[in-house]
Design a protein around this ligand. Sequence first.
Ligand SMILES: Nc1nc2c(ncn2[C@@H]2O[C@H](COP(=O)(O)OP(=O)(O)OP(=O)(O)O)[C@@H](O)[C@H]2O)c(=O)[nH]1
Ligand SMILES: [Mg+2]
Length: 468
Amino acid sequence: MNTGEDTIIALATPEGFGGIAVIRLSGGGAISEVGKLFISPGNLNKLPSHRVVVGKLQEKENGDVIDQVVVTVFRKPNSYTGEDVVEISCHGGKHLTSLILGIFLERGIRLAEPGEFTRRAFLNGKLDLTQAEAVADLIHAKTTYSLKAAARQLQGEYSKNLSKLRDHFIRMLADLELELDFAEEDIVLKSREKILEEIENSEEKIKEQLQTFRQGKLIHDGVKVVLTGKPNVGKSSLFNAILGYERAIVDETPGTTRDAIEAQVDIEGKLFRFIDTAGLQKKGERIEKKGVEITQAQIKSADLILFLIDASTDVVEDDLSVKQQILKQIKNRETEFKPDIAVIRNKIDIGEEKPFSGMGENWPVIQLSAKTKAGFGRLHTYFAQYIEDSKNSGLQTNQIITNVRHFNLLKEAKKNLERAKKTLLDNMSNEFIAVDMRAALDNIGEILGKTTTEDILNHIFANFCIGK
Ligand SMILES: Nc1nc2c(ncn2[C@@H]2O[C@H](COP(=O)(O)OP(=O)(O)OP(=O)(O)O)[C@@H](O)[C@H]2O)c(=O)[nH]1
Ligand SMILES: [Mg+2]
């Protein structure tokens, strides 16, 4: 990707018809190129920064007027990208916007690549990498909750803390290297105990951060909720009742649902993906067995499992067999986070209250009726609180990691600190500790974009849309 000062252009608003559309240019030629085609009382080239002018846009110099537009000028370095930026607000016609883009492209201005405006902002030091990533998260946020998390990251709260940690690593490295340089001389050096203590403190901080990731993932990706239980227990009925419409077939015949059916719901600003399944019964014919395999796969990747049992009877053999299957699937999962399990005693509308011997586990139990919606208030509260409640209690930090790239790099940093500790405890010289500390420093630097390779940057910005 060319990251030089060439001038780039893109439509900054979605393609299609609308009241207005914004076309954005950035780079050394932005103001002068627009100025050549723009008729307004003053000269655009002399317009101060952050000013707005109304005028007419021509097809070519002294050519036909194609629209009445509003032009905003941001002069470098006080712009989004840190370069000269011009925003043309024109009418939001599909044909009109492509005509304007075409005019500038023909004049030698290049179409921006996805995320190139933000990439330039990053390269010019307007944003660090976590803030640039937050821009993409903000645009793609599916719920208010994830949007607010992205907004906090964009404000730089998160990077401020990481920068502090990075500065701390730099000071530790300086101390270690000081010792290397002046080992023979009479300088007061930090004791090994003090170095060990500092490594352990940093390790603790990173460990705390890592523990916030499960919650961060739930905020960012939504909560995957899988409904399971023996046949006919009311999984599809509950699924439909949660969604508020008839999405899945409900029938009194056991084995009605075969495929996994997914639907998304926003519950108090948080995203939930509910999955109705065929359940986990052992018996059954060929197609049903396939359904069970699909359910097993879904359980492996679930965040929350709703284990339905029938409240019109006590726990029966089939329920216990489902329980064993759930536990087996959870054991086999590859991800590092264990799902939560909630027991749903459905069909409380049938007859009088029945005995319940419990599931022999410490799982929350919610009693309800998918038919009458009795108990749905409790279910709603459980979902609404779920993400907050999944925060590891005892954690001091308010920072939540929502990005898997950050998570992996912090994990690496932790490993490198562990290595540094081991090197120290093995009584090796500071030189070797410094190697491990430098690696940990680079991990944090990579999160912030201070030591990030071209390939990684390409990967990150490729996920942006054109015009951002
Ligand atoms: N009385 C009562 N009946 C219910 C309730 N929930 C479901 N049912 C009935 O139970 C039967 C089975 O419901 P489904 O929702 O299809 O059950 P399922 O667990 O999806 O069944 P399979 O897909 O066959 O495994 C239907 O006749 C429903 O009307 C409830 O809360 N109360
Ligand atoms: Mg069903």
